[in-house]
Design a protein around this ligand. Structure first.
Ligand code: HSE
Length: 436
């Protein structure tokens, strides 16, 4: 049968990996898709450079418009990242009646509503399995595998670079900058690695997961985000002493008053499977009413794992080429006209438990002052632990674990604690989830 012709935008880590997987597993892929899938053209910024893949038989160009306007190409694979040029190229490809496969989480999180509407009008598909959690088929699992469920919440380690950095810091005591440089060399990090560190990349992915889990429009700007940059090795150690691990999680929860969308460092009990997901691995825990909890685990970044997801999408799109657009799996899992306008909660409205670390004067009565503030505000304490003084003898680190409380009330408590003369500096706050 005639091969399906694919045009690649980008021939870097993911593009090169995609070419490799298509070449290496061509026969298997053809048996699954029903016809060969062949990359015929690829756009790349630099034409003559060393690559991770063989490009014989692929026409290389430095003009991406030649790919999206090539009448022979049925599927455009957007692997350049970024949101501006990528958006224009994808919309042009759709306008030209081509299907699109993309690994671009920023594009989907920020412009997805527009892109999907354009695709729907043209009767083409935009597939984005590789945009979330690298090689884990999490989009397919939630969108199709859990289609019978009402999803209650999901929580995921969805940035491989960040998890790699946290793991290396914890296990080997390595410095932040050194591990980040290694993640960049390994092709895990974003073009702008600040996105991995400050929680933006995880927020892009959470936006997508929440949409397909709850059937809501993509709302990246409503995601609360904190990164891993303020996690200290002391907090990692103190958390461990209390039986917890600190992980950077993306959490989407259906609460009574609305939807929680947040990414931030989180203490989780070390006995949870997800607490033991280390290195570049990602994991997404989904709680749904019929099936209960399910956990999806795998490599969250890297050339071949991401290519695995891209190629799976290419196979899916190829199989659907002759199908009626009305009967394809909807982009956001729910029919486009059936998306719900659920309110997204502001962070002060969110309820969670807390780890608090403060530097307190080492004298009688100080703990009582702090616990009185908690008592007055109705905040229940789960554990208190005094640590060895870290140098400055007059002050000692005190750790509190609290039960669940609305964040606005915790903000009030922290403000009052920081105003106590017996407390030095700011209170460190890390949110805590049992994920049970
Ligand atoms: N920079 C991303 C990560 C790549 O580290 O998870 C995969 O999306």
């Amino acid at each position: 049968m005639e091969p399906v012709k694919v045009g690649l935008l980008g021939l870097g880590t993911v593009g090169g990996g995609t070419v490799n997987v298509l070449q290496r597993n061509g026969d298997e892929i053809c048996r699954r898709a029903g016809r060969p899938i062949r990359v015929t053209r690829a756009a790349t910024r630099t034409l003559d450079k060393q690559r991770i893949c063989e490009t014989a038989g692929i026409e290389l160009t430095d003009d991406p418009w030649k790919v999206v306007d090539d009448p022979e190409i049925r599927i455009v694979c957007e692997l350049i990242g970024g949101t501006e040029i990528a958006r224009e190229l994808v919309l042009r490809a759709i306008g030209n009646g081509k299907h699109v496969v993309t690994a671009n989480k920023a594009l989907i999180a920020i412009h997805g509503n527009e892109v999907f509407e354009a695709a729907q009008q043209q009767g083409v598909t935009v597939a984005f399995e590789a945009a979330v959690a690298g090689g884990i088929p999490i989009i397919k699992a939630i969108r199709e595998g859990l289609a019978g469920n009402r999803i209650e919440w999901l929580a995921g380690i969805i940035n491989g670079t960040g998890n790699f950095i946290l793991t290396e810091m914890r296990d080997k005591g390595r410095g932040f900058g050194e591990v980040l440089a290694e993640a960049q060399e390994l092709g895990y990090a974003e073009a702008d690695p600040a996105f991995d560190i400050d929680g933006t990349d995880a927020a892009h992915k959470l936006t997508i997961l929440a949409s397909i889990a709850f059937g809501i429009p993509l709302q990246f700007d409503r995601v609360y985000r904190e990164g891993i940059d303020r996690i200290t090795i002391e907090d990692v150690r103190y958390a461990e002493q209390l039986g917890y691990r600190i992980k950077h999680l993306g959490i989407a929860r259906r609460a009574e008053q609305g939807i929680e969308l947040r990414v931030h460092p989180t203490l989780i009990p070390e006995r949870r499977l997800i607490a033991n997901v280390d290195g570049v691995m990602n994991a997404v825990l989904v709680r749904a009413d019929a099936v209960g909890p399910t956990l999806y685990y795998g490599p969250g970044a890297g050339a071949d794992p991401t290519a695995s997801a891209v190629v799976a999408d290419l196979v899916d799109v190829t199989r659907a080429l002759t199908s009626d657009p009305e009967n394809r799996v909807p982009h956001l899992a729910f029919q486009p006209g059936a998306l719900a306008d659920l309110p997204i909660l502001e962070m002060p409205e969110v309820e969670t438990a807390y780890y608090l670390r403060m530097s307190a004067e080492d004298r009688p009565g100080v703990l009582a002052e702090v616990t009185r503030i908690f008592g007055d505000l109705g905040i229940s304490i789960e554990a208190i632990r005094q640590q060895e003084p870290a140098g400055e003898e007059r002050y000692v680190p005190i750790i509190f674990l609290t039960h669940r409380v609305v964040e606005a009330r915790m903000n009030e408590a922290i403000g009052r604690i920081e105003a106590l003369p017996s407390i030095s500096g700011r209170v460190t706050r890390i949110r805590m989830e049992t994920l049970s």
